[in-house]
Design a protein around this ligand. Structure first.
Ligand code: G4P
Length: 531
């Protein structure tokens, strides 16, 4: 079935593709759940957490997530909200999984930042904000847990402005805090929204009082009403006004206060977000900018997950559609390999189950089954050779040697390490002159995750030991003779990665510097991006 141009336009203009970013524990999961609940995608709060528990039962490595209270994988959820189609890309908050989060952020058009009112701006939030700034991603801010005592709201706004270097425009303001929290005042609508505490398992409609000066407010709040009026006047004079263009430029963040767990102030946040968050945006490629309303389909892969179905050993590549309409069974060209692939069984990710899609539009994410033929950063297009830019690859900073408990399992170990490294969180190296297998990662927890998954998914028990490698640089040159000389002289330090690229493993920075000085014709690359 072909789609008319205006049909395609309506579909993509209705998409909102976003991520929620926060320091662990600020309330990202709780907010996600409320969004799904208010959008009607789930019926009862608690489903997102129980979803975690289900996964724990079916795929045991997720138990690590539970034990440590961190979210390891990103997941993708599509659901309707007020007539729009929302694509929510979940991101792990823990620093050791940051490269996954960073890449996921390249696939969104905006973000929602959650801050704990007692803790203020935390370290992960600063990092994530830096990543968003690279692409001037527009940010909404939700200051959470107002049902507990926290920092003064004005102080929190100052902190966000000073630390995150973004102007804040409060849209709602809390009425009280901790046990005294009554609700929020909405600056733009001039409405007071009063909530009832302890109703976290239902969608709760606030009692709405129109106008800050309404006598009803005095009836409901007593002395607090006068205090509130004074405070609002003060805040209005001292803070920035909402400016949509400044928000879209990533210069100003609309700020909402509330308590996710109690549904305080969540609905106004979501309603405003759905109204103002940008639709799918144009994307840069090395050739040209791709507009979402172009007729030909294109997209890029920002994430790979191995063994989503452990019985089939397949990998799912997550592709963001950037233009045109993806149709089930379509042929797309992978610009890295130059090969066309037919995609007959793309997945879409609904809140509660995975399903097959007939069509996907710009802003949507589809999952493509493959057996290792697709890599992170691969770009696909119907006709042209387009390479989308800005999908980061990361230089491993920590190295460990994999040692087998059962030496007969070497093949399975190699296979497992190679397949898991396709996910991009770890890199796998085979030294030229030994049978060792070395794994590089950005965060130390990755080694534990890999060991755990090797056991569960490949039935291989491996231990990761310290190894004398400080840094890894990919090497290449246009001169075959020079490369041969380089190989002969440095065999001890050379390895191949999972794709057969040559890598120099340096025991120290001084050693690396010496190698670079001695071989000026060899190019050293910190990541595979520039190879
Ligand atoms: P995360 O995904 O950002 O890591 O945070 P998550 O939503 O899991 O929330 C972290 C903890 O903070 C959870 O408590 C959650 O219930 C609590 N929380 C979230 N929003 C609010 C809020 O508005 N007020 C208060 N007081 N707490 C909130 P937990 O004890 O770790 O988990 P659980 O046992 O409650 O599930």
């Amino acid at each position: 079935m072909s789609q008319s141009k205006s049909g395609q336009r309506n579909e993509y203009l209705n998409r909102r593709t976003f991520a929620i970013i926060s320091h662990p524990d600020a309330g990202k999961t709780t907010i996600t759940e409320k969004i799904l609940l208010f959008g009607g995608a789930i019926q009862v709060a608690g489903s997102v957490k129980s979803r975690k528990a289900d996964r724990h039962a079916t795929s045991d490595w997720m138990a690590m997530e539970q034990e440590r209270g961190i979210s390891i994988t990103s997941s993708i959820m599509q659901f309707p909200y007020k007539g729009r189609t929302m694509n929510l890309l979940d991101t792990p908050g823990h620093a050791d999984f940051s490269e996954d989060t960073y890449r996921t952020l390249t696939a969104v058009d905006s973000a929602l930042m959650v801050i704990d009112c007692a803790k203020g701006v935390e370290e992960r939030t600063i990092k994530l904000m830096e990543v968003c700034r690279l692409r001037t991603t527009p940010i909404y801010t939700f200051i959470n847990k107002l049902d507990r005592e926290g920092k003064d709201p004005i102080e929190l706004l100052d902190e966000v402005e000073d630390v995150l270097k973004i102007r804040c425009a409060p849209i709602t303001w809390p009425i009280g805090m901790g046990k005294r929290l009554k609700g929020v005042y909405h600056f733009i609508d001039d409405e007071v929204l009063l909530y009832e505490a302890g109703k976290n398992y239902e969608t709760q409609q606030a009692v709405v009082i129109k106008g800050l000066n309404s006598p009803e407010l005095d009836e409901k709040l007593g002395d607090v009403a006068a205090e509130l009026r004074e405070e609002i006047e003060l805040v209005q004079g001292a803070s920035h006004k909402f400016d949509k263009q400044a928000y879209l430029n990533g210069e100003l963040s609309p700020v909402f206060f509330g308590s996710a767990i109690n549904n305080f102030g969540v609905q106004p946040l979501l309603d405003s977000f759905v109204e103002h968050a940008p639709e799918p945006q144009p994307r840069a490629t090395t050739e040209r900018v791709v507009e979402p309303d172009e007729t030909k389909c294109s997209g890029f892969v920002f994430k790979i997950q191995a063994n989503m179905d452990p019985n089939h050993r397949d990998r799912v590549a997550f592709m963001r559609i950037c233009s045109g309409v993806f149709t089930q069974g379509m042929k797309l060209k992978n610009s890295r390999t130059g090969k066309d692939i037919k995609i007959p069984n793309a997945l879409t990710f609904l809140a509660e189950h995975r399903d097959h899609v007939e069509h996907a539009y710009p802003g949507d994410i589809i999952g493509i089954h493959n057996h290792g033929t697709i890599s992170i950063g691969d770009s696909f297009s119907e006709t042209e050779n387009l390479q989308f830019t800005g999908i980061p690859s990361f230089a491993p900073e920590l190295f460990r040697r994999a040692r087998l408990k059962d030496p007969l399992k070497l093949k399975a170990l190699q296979k497992g390490l190679a397949q898991l490294s396709e996910e991009g969180a770890t890199q796998f190296f085979r030294p030229l002159i030994s049978n060792e297998l070395i794994l590089g990662a950005v965060g130390v927890l990755q080694f534990e995750v890999v060991a755990y998954r090797l056991k569960r998914e490949y039935n291989v028990e491996a231990i990761f030991e310290n190894v004398d490698t400080r840094t890894a640089y990919w090497v290449d040159t246009d001169d075959d003779k020079k490369m041969q000389q380089f190989r002969n002289k440095n065999e001890m330090n050379l390895a191949e990665d999972a794709h057969g690229h040559l890598v120099y493993l340096a025991p120290s920075m001084v050693n690396l510097q010496l190698a670079q000085d001695r071989h000026p014709d060899i190019r050293f690359h910190n990541t595979t991006e520039t190879l």
